[in-house]
Design a protein around this ligand. Structure first.
Ligand code: NAI
Length: 239
């Protein structure tokens, strides 16, 4: 059967991915630095530490069997992250958002390639394409993630392992709520943000999960190397 490894599974988009996958009958191996509820097996690890990631994935595979798909939702969006912020913040952001994906792929993709069956979905952001001075480190990390995904798609395609990217605009999760909370007037910040989306509302974690589920399913079997906006139309007006 299918075993899907979901990173960032404790919160927001990752938690919704876990829920929907289980509703469709997949077995879910969850990884997060926080404890995760509701998966078939879960392990706690910090994606910034390669050894810990290897160990956690090993535990999950012993519990559920080989991983057939990976959905990398874990990410950080630091307050600050401007061009002036220190190297430590930039490195930290890259370590989770970019290298976190690489560390996970290194653990699970070789098996997928050997079985000639697998799919990887990486969660980027609309910010990879739209400069926001306060989110410089985040935006750069997501742009790097997208380009890494394209290379991975090319390398793994001969072995029938697909790699795709989801690029959401604002999804109503704890990460986004934390950014509203930092504003002088959080309600006004939320209202302004809603207005940037032509469909007139924020995305839900479930909206994001739907696309992730499609991209790991055989229904998307001829799609690889793509970056798919999931943005309530925001990309149209901000281009
Ligand atoms: P969230 O903050 O609710 O969930 C992120 C999860 O990642 C948390 O459970 C956290 O513990 C985990 N995580 C963070 N650092 C980790 C580390 N070092 N090791 C292991 N786990 C770690 O965030 P949300 O909103 O669900 O974000 C999911 C993904 O979607 C992220 O990659 C984010 O950048 C992306 N995204 C979110 C948007 C939004 O508006 N919420 C918009 C565009 C992209």
């Amino acid at each position: 059967g299918e075993v899907v490894l979901v990173s960032g599974a404790a919160s927001g988009i990752g938690a919704a991915v876990v829920q929907r996958l289980r509703a469709e009958g997949a077995r879910v191996a969850a990884l997060d630095r926080q404890p995760v509820d509701g998966a078939d097996a879960s392990a706690q690890a910090d994606l910034r530490a390669g050894e810990a990631v290897a160990q956690a994935v090993g535990q999950l595979v012993s519990a559920l069997g080989p991983v057939t798909s990976l959905v990398h939702c874990a990410g950080v969006c630091p307050a600050g992250g401007t061009l002036d912020d220190d190297d430590a913040l930039w490195l930290d952001t890259y370590s989770v958002n970019v290298l976190g994906a690489l560390r996970l792929m290194r653990q699970v993709v070789p098996g997928m390639r050997a079985r000639r069956h697998g799919a990887v979905v990486l969660v980027s952001s609309i910010n990879a394409r739209f400069a926001t001075p306060t989110l410089a480190a985040y935006a750069a990390s997501k742009a790097a993630l997208e380009e890494m995904a394209r290379t991975a798609a090319l390398e793994f395609a001969p072995d029938n392992v697909r790699v795709n990217v989801i690029a959401p605009a604002s999804v109503d999760t704890p990460m986004l709520q934390a950014s509203f909370a930092r504003a002088d007037d959080p309600d006004a910040a939320r209202a302004r943000n809603v207005q940037r989306h032509p469909l007139g509302r924020l995305g839900t974690p479930g909206d994001a999960a739907e696309l992730a589920l499609f991209l790991v399913s055989p229904r998307s079997g001829w799609i690889t190397g793509g970056t798919f906006p999931l943005d309530g139309g925001a990309g149209v007006t901000r281009r």
